[in-house]
Design a protein around this ligand. Structure first.
Ligand SMILES: Cc1cc2nc3c(=O)[nH]c(=O)nc-3n(C[C@H](O)[C@H](O)[C@H](O)COP(=O)(O)OP(=O)(O)OC[C@H]3O[C@@H](n4cnc5c(N)ncnc54)[C@H](O)[C@@H]3O)c2cc1C
Length: 512
């Protein structure tokens, strides 16, 4: 670790690695800092590995229009135009970093090159990390970034070591936030533990504008048996085996057809919102949707993706023999900090890319667009951050001293995290209403009041404390946006305002 850098990237997933390589290619001196194992412990690694973009079977204009239709017409047009037009080349050019993919008519997949099909995204992150090492990017994992401070000519990045608790600060001319989403604000999610919205919190504290925070994407088919881990199965499964209600009807497939979609596979791309709402409504009525995995044939189980699911079969719950209940879980956050098509935030020198940003997806994301997003805007943010750094003439100033908080209260932040998870699962799920959202917001305020009483005597507890703060900011923005949006659009369904309304065809912006 050197004294100062041209560019510091915060994050260790796909967006961060693309950004670091984009900056390095422009000749910048780059440091990447991640709180978890770089390339391995993040949403990108956990991803199925599917990218969607215009290809031989779909023009870029068709991809743009489909993304807009799926996002219920409130996507950021500037980002979307750039993404649909230039995203495919950005992804295919990742070959130069050793990323291998199987190309299909409307995208590609890296899953076949991952060590395990259930975490297909490793097919992207592992080669990117190798390339970053080769190209001389400085990599630092196991360090938690807790503040970005804008100074006159540079930024100060404050972070601490998750092993020994030591506090550090470094300077850089530009900073790229690639900290991912905030799915862990909820308990019922397939997001890895690190996904606590730290980037949202730090950027919110800097007064930057956010958009679309109410649009939390739920994945329709999440395992709902207590013996099974909280995980999801690709919606394409309903093209293989029936998903039924208590009357034995394949109600989801029937619904998809009524919406003009041919299969679960198409539903996975364009209708995660409506499928999740349908499953959540059925569940709420006590009519638990049942997935008949026990009807899979040995040949179907032979598919590498399904085969990898068998690893979930812990505690001897044999779902190859027993039908299982399923219901939605939190998968992705469409909202985030506002950026322009160069990956720049409102604050000069501060860039952002990946799930921490908002606007591209509108009210509902097309399946596979996220990996194209992080690659395309990751590379662009990296390149532009490096160019910005080159233009800075001013000398790097000395670092100001930042102290870690001294927390000697009596409450464990990890317990408050669980309370917050319950609040969000209960009041900000796929089916929302005013009363529930107001209760949720009130509970978030109540949890905040306990912050001064938190005890943090170890680096792990300090991490819990900072993550709790991030999760509270994330929860507050989700609930505030959801309360303000008095209509239903995409993934945001208000039981008290069930219709999509023309006057709400606009984003909700929030800032501190
Ligand atoms: C199970 C699953 C499957 C998915 N499958 C697909 C798919 O097939 N196709 C698709 O398009 N999308 C998919 N998605 C969505 C997609 O994977 C994510 O949106 C995308 O990978 C996010 O990338 P990212 O780099 O922005 O964030 P992440 O990959 O989550 O990386 C965030 C990084 O930031 C670091 N970090 C966070 N806070 C701090 C801090 N305070 N200090 C230091 N470091 C920090 C984390 O440790 C982590 O390394 C899937 C998501 C999930 C959860």
């Amino acid at each position: 670790m050197d004294e100062h850098y041209d560019v510091i990237v915060v994050g260790g997933g796909g967006a961060a690695l693309c950004a670091a390589l984009g900056a390095k290619e422009k000749g910048a001196k780059v440091l990447l800092i991640s709180k978890t194992a770089i390339a391995k412990a993040n949403c990108t690694a956990f991803a199925g590995g599917g990218f969607t973009f215009a290809g031989p079977g779909v023009s870029w204009q068709e991809h743009r229009d489909k993304t807009l239709e799926t996002g219920r017409l409130i996507n950021d047009h500037e980002l979307l135009e750039d993404f649909s037009q230039h995203g495919p080349l950005s992804v295919l050019n990742l070959q130069r970093y050793g990323v291998k993919s199987q190309v299909h008519p409307n995208g590609c997949s890296v899953a076949a090159y991952a060590p395990n099909r259930r975490v297909g995204g490793l097919g992207l992150t592992l080669p990117l990390m190798e390339e970053a090492i080769k190209k001389g990017v400085d990599l630092l994992d196991g360090h938690f970034v807790y503040a970005i401070k804008p100074e006159e000519s540079h930024f100060q990045v404050d972070f601490f070591n998750l092993n020994d608790g030591k506090n550090h600060s470094l300077n850089a001319f530009s900073v790229i936030m690639a900290t991912g989403g905030g799915g862990r604000t909820y308990g019922r999610t397939n997001n890895p533990v690190a996904t606590t919205g730290d980037g949202y919190h730090m950027l919110y504290e800097l007064g930057l504008p956010f958009r679309d925070m109410e649009f939390v994407q739920f994945y329709p088919i999440g395992l709902a048996e207590p013996e099974l881990p909280i995980w999801f199965i690709d919606l394409g499964i309903i093209d293989q085996v029936p998903l039924t209600n208590s009357l034995g009807q394949e109600f989801l497939l029937d619904l998809l057809k009524s919406w003009g979609l041919k299969s679960g596979r198409e539903g996975n791309l364009y209708a995660r919102d409506r499928c999740s709402i349908a499953l959540a409504e059925s569940w709420q009525k006590g009519d638990f949707p049942i997935l008949h995995l026990n009807q899979m044939t040995p040949e179907q189980w032979d598919n590498p993706y399904y085969k990898s699911l068998l690893l979930l079969n812990r505690k001897h719950f044999d779902f190859t023999q027993i039908p299982i209940r399923v219901r939605p879980l939190v998968h992705y956050m469409s909202g985030g900090v506002v950026i322009d098509k160069n990956g720049a935030t409102e604050l000069p020198g501060l860039f952002a890319c990946g799930e921490v940003t908002g606007g591209l997806d509108g009210a509902n994301r097309i399946g596979g667009n996220a990996l194209t997003n992080i690659s395309h805007f990751g590379l662009k943010a990296g390149k532009n951050a490096a160019l910005y750094a080159q233009e800075r003439k001013a000398k790097i100033a000395t670092r100001s001293k930042t102290e870690l908080p001294n927390l000697d209260g009596s409450i464990k932040a990890k317990d408050l995290k669980i309370t917050l998870n319950k609040t969000m699962d209960t009041h900000a799920g796929p089916l929302r209403d005013k009363k529930g959202l107001e209760t949720g917001l009130k509970q978030v305020e109540e949890i905040k009041e306990f912050l001064p009483q938190v005890s943090a005597q170890s680096p792990k507890e300090l991490r819990d404390y900072f993550e709790l703060k991030s999760m509270l900011t994330t929860a507050q923005m989700i609930l505030t946006g959801a309360l303000a949006r008095e209509e239903s659009r995409g993934v945001h369904f208000r039981k008290d305002f069930p219709l999509e309304l023309k006057e709400w065809q606009k984003p909700i912006l929030q800032r501190k």
